[in-house]
Design a protein. Structure first.
Length: 532
């Protein structure tokens, strides 16, 4: 039997040692030579404990649907032109409808065949003859609309996650909320303004040709040539530093987009000492850029970001090698944010901040102090009660209780889980659950002693008969905690994590660890009575 006790002691010591090793970095600074052999990650603290920012974003998924319809309208237009099918006035309206006019019956037949074979996501909403021409309205199928909206939210979430990772925020929590919202927690962030700017930037980059053949003045008076659009170009006076918006006439079709970019980084201009964003294209993007610049020498190529022209240089010669740059009135921080946004990709739809809460480090520190105080007060009250009511046996339970807390914190550190203020509440509740298990064992042991059984028989009966009840109560509570983790958000999950881990260790310390001490006293020390 004593050999069995030794094995159980070794197991307990190993579990305790592992928990302490992972907790050491959270409570003290290790010497550099130790850091090579010990875990370096500290116990992660949630937003409510270390300060930071909480955001709720709403994805304008309808914009993603409109962008998809725009692309479909352009594809249909090019397809009809390539097949020499006669049509007029193809456009995408604000109501999510693509409309166009077909001039003859033969064109209608060919058009219907193209839509049926190549655009299964579109359906004819209406068709009518107006002045001898057939006016057709196309609508995207409802199922496809739902898919586009869902994909927009999923892609937005992934893009924002990539941006935050590159921004350098540790332990961010990013999760969908409802159908079109994203909840973000950024613990310990020191520059909320830059983070908000980075997260909310759509970062849709387009390369578009400038239309210098038509009159800008006419376009400003409302006579915009077909296929063109008026945008504003940001220009900075290098002497005064003043930034102005200058109208510019652009061909409303991107010859290249940010999807072709492989990487973007901040660089400093040798001539003016100003930061700019250096771009490198993917292999196919580099070939396209080489072709586009070769076909448009002496023309201007506008670099458009989120509908604003940042520069529109004249293409002096074919540009090979797949490199380009975005210059403008950037600060180094603005250029850094833009480079991160371009590397992570454009958001498929604009996002709007619905909720923003910033928690200061002082408030977080206050929460930590109050949380620790609550654990200490709760723990001390339980320890005092157990020592008073169950005497020496109560002190054994108290030792197991302290190990329980160490195991919980150690497990959080091992699996890099986040400790939150509700998580501390879960630890306090676990302390009560752990003591409850010991109370069941001790009361059953008392009953056996009253029946006149020996200490050895009473302990055996106390642990074995209480075990089923302990498992029953802990498993039912564990199921509730797992459901809270599965369906809850933020604070609910933090509470569920510590409660779940604590319940497991509560059974381990009450049934396994405490039993070691009792068995040692009875089998090795051969005690004749139990203080209980």
């Amino acid at each position: 039997m004593f050999k069995d006790i030794k094995i159980r002691v070794i197991i307990t010591l190993l579990v305790t040692a592992v928990a302490l090793v992972y907790l050491v970095p959270s409570f003290t600074n290790l010497p550099d030579q130790w850091k090579k052999y010990m875990p370096g990650d500290k116990l992660r603290l949630g937003l409510d404990l270390q300060g930071g920012m909480h955001l709720v974003l709403e994805v304008d998924s309808q914009k993603a649907v409109e962008s998809t319809l725009d692309r479909l309208a352009n594809d249909i237009k090019e397809g009809l032109m390539n097949r020499k099918i006669r049509f007029r006035n193809i456009e995408h309206g604000s109501a999510g409808i693509i409309s166009l006019e077909l001039t003859d019956k033969e064109s209608t037949t060919e058009f219907n065949k193209i839509i049926r074979d190549q655009y299964p996501d579109l359906e004819v909403k209406s068709s009518e003859i107006v002045e001898g021409r057939e006016k057709v309205s196309l609508k995207m199928k409802d199922k496809r609309i739902d898919e586009v909206k869902k994909h927009a939210v999923e892609q937005s979430l992934e893009t924002i996650r990539n941006r935050i990772d590159q921004f350098g925020v540790t332990e961010p929590e990013i999760a969908p909320q409802g159908e079109d919202r994203i909840a973000i927690q950024l613990p310990g962030i020191k520059d909320p303004r830059s983070a908000i700017e980075l997260i909310g930037k759509t970062a849709r980059l387009e390369f578009m040709l400038v239309d210098d053949d038509n009159n800008l003045g006419d376009a400003l008076r409302g006579i915009v040539p077909p296929g063109d659009i008026v945008m504003n170009e940001k220009r900075m006076d290098r002497k005064t530093g003043r930034i102005t918006d200058t109208p510019i006439l652009i061909k409303n079709r991107a010859v290249l987009t940010g999807d072709s970019i492989e990487t973007a980084r901040v660089a400093i201009s040798d001539r003016f000492g100003e930061p700019y964003v250096s771009l490198k294209f993917k292999p196919q993007g580099a070939r396209d850029f080489d072709r586009i610049t070769g076909e448009n020498v002496k023309k201007r190529l506008a670099i458009v970001l989120d509908g604003v022209v940042y520069s529109a240089p004249v293409i002096q010669e074919r540009i090979s090698g797949g490199d380009a740059q975005i210059t403008g009135s950037f600060t180094e921080e603005e250029a850094k944010i833009l480079a991160i946004a371009l590397r992570s990709g454009a958001l498929p739809a604009p996002v709007k901040i619905l909720e923003q809460v910033t928690v200061g480090p002082s408030l977080g520190q206050d929460s930590i102090q109050k949380g620790i105080l609550s654990v200490l007060i709760g723990g001390l009250l339980v320890i005092a009660f157990m020592a008073f009511y169950y005497k020496a046996s109560g002190m054994i339970a108290n030792m197991a209780l302290m190990l329980n807390v160490v195991f919980i914190l150690g497990t959080l550190a091992i699996f890099k889980a986040t400790l939150t203020l509700p998580g501390i509440a879960g630890i306090v509740l676990t302390i009560g659950m752990a003591v409850d298990a010991n109370v069941l064992i001790f009361e059953r042991t008392r009953e056996e002693l009253r029946l006149g059984k020996t200490p050895r028989a009473a302990i055996d009966a106390g642990f074995s008969k209480a075990f089923i009840t302990i498992i029953d109560t802990h498993v039912t509570t564990l199921i509730a905690a797992m459901l809270m983790f599965q369906f809850g958000t933020g604070p609910i999950k933090g509470f569920a994590v510590t409660l779940s881990v604590g319940l497991v260790y509560s059974v381990f310390t009450a049934v396994f660890v405490a039993r070691i001490i009792f068995d040692y006293l009875i089998w090795n020390r051969k005690v004749k009575s139990i203080s209980i």
